[in-house]
Design a protein around this ligand. Structure first.
Ligand SMILES: C[S@@+](CC[C@H](N)C(=O)[O-])C[C@H]1O[C@@H](n2cnc3c(N)ncnc32)[C@H](O)[C@@H]1O
Length: 267
């Protein structure tokens, strides 16, 4: 019996005994508690980013001073209390802090992200651009309500919703919106068009459809437009083999992952 056969047999036995869901939820809770604990976040940031430690520490302190994570969480929690149908799905505190630090260090002219939902990552990236005093963010999001019926199985695995009567990116504060354009549509069609128009970008964040095909497609498209020294980042790199396949394909000088976050720097 192979390892994966043994794993499947254990899973189906657990399902029969009604233990699968409680065990899965427990494992997920442990994963999140570890991933989101401040000492582990600080450690991961220094392990993942190869920039001078003093810059990473200074910019990470700046992220704390902006109280970005606390402000995002308090608005999300307050809205979820009033709207029980809202299933918030924001990037993790590690992802958001890392995106902030990267955006401050790279001082990009253009940042592109796929997957906005309520807009936590957009808020963080726009704050970093505003601190830089330069650069723009272009985001692509296909609102959950517009997913094709063909994607209903995927929706089960990655349930995301917006609060009632809210548009994607509703979290983003008004004063930050001057540097932002939000494109509503499927990244499959919109991303190549957007990249063609921008020409060159310095930072890319994938947080949309986490299927192998969609992730590989987005990574390849963004890489072709990424400037030398630019960063390609992604959430949920553990969901499938796309990130590892992509790294093997482009053989970057620097690539790494921390929990669900992946980073590749273009030589
Ligand atoms: C996990 S949420 C994004 C969270 C966001 N980055 C944050 O930090 O708050 C994923 C979003 O991607 C959108 N999405 C899924 N498939 C997409 C596609 N093919 N093209 C564009 N957006 C997509 C979903 O509707 C959802 O709004």
């Amino acid at each position: 019996m192979t390892f994966s056969n043994a794993r499947e047999s254990i899973k189906s036995a657990a399902r029969r005994l009604g233990l699968y869901e409680p065990l899965r939820k427990g494992k997920d809770r442990i994963f999140r508690t570890l991933r989101d604990s401040p000492p582990i976040i600080r450690w991961g940031l220094k392990r993942l980013l190869s920039f001078p430690k003093s810059d990473i520490e200074r910019l990470s302190r700046e992220f704390d001073q902006e109280r970005l994570w606390e402000r995002i969480m308090s608005r999300v929690a307050e809205t979820a209390r009033r709207d029980p149908g809202f299933h918030p799905s924001t990037s993790s505190p590690f992802n958001l802090r890392t995106l902030y630090v990267l955006c401050r260090i790279l001082r990009p002219a253009w940042v592109v992200e796929t997957g906005v939902a309520s807009g936590a990552s957009s808020w963080v990236l726009l704050t970093a651009l505003s601190k830089n005093g330069k650069g723009g963010l272009r985001s692509i999001d296909l609102p959950p309500s517009q997913w094709e019926p063909a994607k209903s199985a995927y929706k089960e695995i990655d349930p995301v919703s917006l609060p009632a009567h809210r548009k994607p990116g509703w979290l983003v504060p008004e004063p930050l919106r001057g540097r932002w354009q939000l494109i509503l549509g499927d990244a499959k069609a919109e991303l190549p068009r957007l990249l063609e128009g921008l020409g060159r970008i310095e930072l890319f964040y994938h947080d949309a459809e986490h299927t192998r095909e969609a992730m590989l497609r987005e990574f390849r498209a963004a890489w072709a437009h990424l400037a030398s020294g630019g960063a390609l980042t992604s959430d949920d790199v553990g969901w499938n083999t796309a990130f590892d396949e992509f790294c093997a394909e482009v053989l970057p000088k620097e690539a790494g992952r921390w929990f669900s976050f992946g980073l590749v720097l273009k030589p």
